[in-house]
Design a protein around this ligand. Structure first.
Ligand SMILES: [Zn+2]
Length: 358
């Protein structure tokens, strides 16, 4: 894979990843953009101890532009986009409206008049990953070769962003579908480099530690073995990965794609595991789109180890889930879910696994 890094007109970094070893990526960004001045901050909720990012400048971001004004399509003569080249395989660039960025000024402090509320510049990184130059495609429609390139891009970005000053955790994800709140239809995902370990990951590390103290093994390793032995919730099984509906699924559609070997993050996957993931994941996505005979809105979230802590307690996995609970109904996060973080799921995991296996 050929990797070509450059900069956009406002100084943001852009990186092309090409399978063609001689792809020349020399096009200049001709737009007249003001220099980037991200100004978001993080504040810690004094009651829960969880960090919240305050990024008011994101209010002005691009909202559902018509296809002919898509900023993620390649540039054409007279219509420059975020990607200066006239074509690309996979391209990554810094988000124009980042929740986290390296250049945020300021020092850690507390909110004025609130000494119990720590605040800090939201220093981290937010990137956009375009999976294909084809506006009307989707991840599920990619070739296995292209999906494999995306895995390599996730690995590259996880390693590089994880090495940036202050970044504690790297999160690769995809929001797909208007129902999820996607503002750009072009097939793309995002990568966040957070300046803290996320609450979800902290919780999972604590649970894995307690489980290890009591039972000796890794909780996800034991879950994986039990799911494979039982089989009722398994959707797809390959040499290196198993995709299953978790026994305590929160969402009406939820699948976990788990490697058979304990690895902390995507960079730790072997070539064989990456190849196999590409094929397995495409199979899972096509089954998801087949559920209601229309593209399923979903969130795909990679759970990776933090950069500096809990790496031996982490077991990489991908969680894919949807808010669609029937052909014409969506699940909303209402009182119990939003107020108390207690999910009520009105589909059984076994039923949904049955339907996904067909
Ligand atoms: Zn597009």
């Amino acid at each position: 894979m050929k990797r070509t890094a450059g900069h956009l007109a406002d100084g943001r970094e852009i990186i092309y990843f090409d399978t063609d070893p001689v792809a020349a990526r020399t096009a200049e960004d001709t737009r007249d953009l003001p220099p980037q001045a991200p100004a978001s901050e993080v504040r810690r909720d004094p009651l829960t101890g969880e960090w919240v990012a305050i990024a008011a400048h994101r209010q002005t971001r691009t909202y559902k532009p018509p296809a002919e004004l898509c900023p993620l399509c390649p540039s054409t003569p007279g219509r420059p986009t975020e990607i200066p080249e006239s074509d690309y395989d996979v391209v990554v660039f810094e988000n124009q409206f980042p929740s986290f960025a390296q250049g945020v000024p300021g020092e850690p402090s507390t909110v004025e008049g609130m000494p119990m509320v720590p605040s800090a510049p939201a220093r981290g990184r937010c990137e956009v990953v375009c999976f294909t130059a084809d506006h009307n495609s989707s991840f599920a429609a990619l070739s296995p070769e292209r999906a494999r390139t995306v895995v390599d891009v996730w690995a590259d970005r996880t390693a590089e962003i994880g090495a940036a000053p202050g970044v504690e955790q790297v999160f690769c994800f995809e929001n797909r579908g208007e129902e999820i709140g996607v503002t750009l239809h072009h097939p793309h995902g995002q990568i966040y480099g957070y300046p803290f370990v996320t609450p979800k990951t902290e919780r999972m590390l604590r649970t894995a530690e307690e489980y290890r103290a009591r039972h000796g093994g890794h909780v996800l390793g034991d879950v994986l073995a039990a799911e494979r032995a039982d089989g009722r919730r398994v959707v797809v099984e390959s040499e290196h990965w198993t995709a299953f509906v978790p026994a305590a699924a929160r969402w009406p559609v939820e699948v976990h794609v788990v490697p058979h070997r304990q690895v902390p993050d995507i960079p730790a996957l072997t070539d064989a595991e990456r190849d196999d993931f590409a094929v397995t994941y495409l199979d899972v996505l096509r089954r998801l789109d087949g559920l209601y005979e229309r593209p399923l809105p979903y969130i795909a979230a990679w759970h990776q180890a933090p950069v500096r802590t809990g790496r031996d307690l982490s077991w990489l996995h991908l969680q894919v889930f949807s808010i669609r609970r029937s052909a014409d109904k969506l699940k909303y996060l209402a009182g119990s879910e939003s107020g108390m973080a207690v999910w009520v799921n009105d589909v059984t995991p076994e039923q949904i696994a049955d339907r996904l296996r067909r």
